[in-house]
Design a binder for this molecule. Structure first.
Ligand code: UD1
Ligand code: UDP
Length: 383
């Protein structure tokens, strides 16, 4: 009998991560694993959701809860009601969640309360900053999970510190969970799609960009978009960098940031930022376009978790516009620098990093086979 997994996705990075495991199931584990995909509808714009399914060959979700945007509690609760119904009707053997969004938490809580074992992919990450909604989501999810897969060694050690045992028992359960360090499914995807993106993506031509002559930037973290002083400092730094260095900065804009920019910036700054030719503001781009931008950029500035790692995968220096990171290994390897939303730090470190040729990128995120490893462990424990 196949092991039936109810996989919960909802936000952009989860859809992208899901591609790796769905692909592994299709290419090798289909006789043993049946995946039922549930989209919560947390992200719903075409370029935040649909585009990834088509491009990355992810199966159409079996269900879409169409939850949409609302407050944390309302959104999480609405997802939980829908997921609970699906657990009862689909009767899966496991529920699988990715990362640390409200969709992750909703899935994990709904399942744990119905005694359905939870698989957490991208477990163990910690910022040690509980003002982040993601930190609450990931701690709660880890502690409601039965099989936990960490992308990094630090993630694994964080779980040990919180009392998880590293002795693997034969059949894990929520009181005796099993933790594994397996590498990052996002590396699986970047390696798998890099060549195809190079062939298919027209983004460099479309934006009139020359390889290695532009900077890529993304901003969407709530404490950057929703705090006037922080967003203003970031925008001023970007403007100054683009002017002083006569360099283009490409900014595929998350819808949250697109909404907040005119609200938070003073009107002259908003005008300067959105009308200069050196700052190329675009809609969110597809995954192929994104990895094409990343791999051809000179440097990446971001507050995104996923983009920090992809900067590393494509061997690009990265300025992390947050006060801390879960991906501490890339900072320890001196490939990335935490610059917060501090204008001076951003500019100083840009100047230090922009022409660095001597960075070394050790193997931190595994070997591109994390999804395969995860499937094998699910089968071992699900027998
Ligand atoms: C969410 C995750 C965050 C993750 C990010 C990835 C939580 C708490 N946060 O943040 O961890 O890094 O996704 O991108 O789960 N919006 C649209 N169209 C969409 C989606 C969102 O316009 O398709 C706008 C809405 O105004 C919405 C806002 O973006 O209120 C924020 O969306 P939401 O999903 O609540 O949080 P994110 O900031 O996207
Ligand atoms: N991404 C994308 N298009 C964009 C911006 C990001 O495809 O315009 C991809 C990026 O390559 C990475 C993922 O989205 O794989 C990161 O998601 P996001 O930054 O939304 O969330 P986080 O990783 O911070 O949770």
């Amino acid at each position: 009998m196949k092991i039936k997994i109810l996989t919960i996705i909802g936000a952009r990075p989860q859809i992208i991560k899901a591609a790796a495991i769905s692909r592994a199931i299709k290419n090798g584990f289909d006789p043993q694993i049946q995946e039922v995909l549930v989209h919560t509808g947390q992200h719903y714009d075409r370029n935040m959701s649909d585009v990834f399914f088509t491009e990355m060959g992810i199966p159409e979700p079996h269900y879409n809860l169409n939850v949409g945007s609302m407050s944390h509690a309302a959104q999480t609760a609405k997802m939980m009601v829908g997921i609970e119904d699906l657990i009862n009707s689909e009767k899966p053997n496991y529920l699988l969640v990715y990362g640390d969004t409200n969709s992750t938490l909703a899935g994990a809580l709904s399942a744990a309360k119905l005694h359905l074992p939870v698989i957490h992919v991208e477990a163990g990450l910690r910022s040690y900053n509980k003002s982040m909604p993601e930190e609450i989501n990931r701690i709660m999810t880890d502690h409601a999970s039965t099989l936990l897969f960490t992308p990094t060694k630090t993630g694994f050690q964080n779980l040990i510190k919180e009392g998880f045992s590293n002795t693997e028992i034969e059949k894990a359960n929520v009181d005796h969970p099993a933790i594994f360090h397996c590498g990052d499914v996002m590396l699986d995807n970047s390696l798998f799609f890099e060549e195809k993106a190079q062939k298919d993506s027209q983004i460099l031509q479309k934006l009139n960009l020359k390889p290695n002559e532009f900077v890529l930037c993304t901003i969407h973290r709530d404490n950057n978009t929703d705090i006037k002083e922080r967003l203003t400092d970031i925008v001023r730094a970007l403007l100054e960098i683009s002017q002083k260095n006569d360099i283009q900065i490409v900014l595929p804009l998350h819808p949250r940031t697109a909404k907040k920019l005119p609200e938070m910036l003073d009107s002259q700054l908003y005008k300067d930022f959105t009308t200069t030719e050196r700052i190329k503001i675009t809609e969110p781009v597809s995954f192929f376009d994104m990895i094409q931008l990343e791999s051809n950029s000179k440097l990446i500035m971001t507050d995104s978790g996923g983009v920090q790692k992809e900067a590393f995968f494509f061997k690009k220096p990265c300025l992390i516009m947050r006060s801390e990171t879960e991906w501490v290994e890339i900072v320890d390897a001196a490939c990335a620098k935490i610059v917060d939303a501090n204008r001076t730090k951003i500019i100083e470190n840009f100047n230090l990093f922009i022409n660095r040729q001597d960075l070394a990128f050790p193997e931190i995120f595994g070997n591109g086979k994390a999804a395969e490893f995860i499937c094998k462990k699910i089968i071992e424990h699900g027998k």
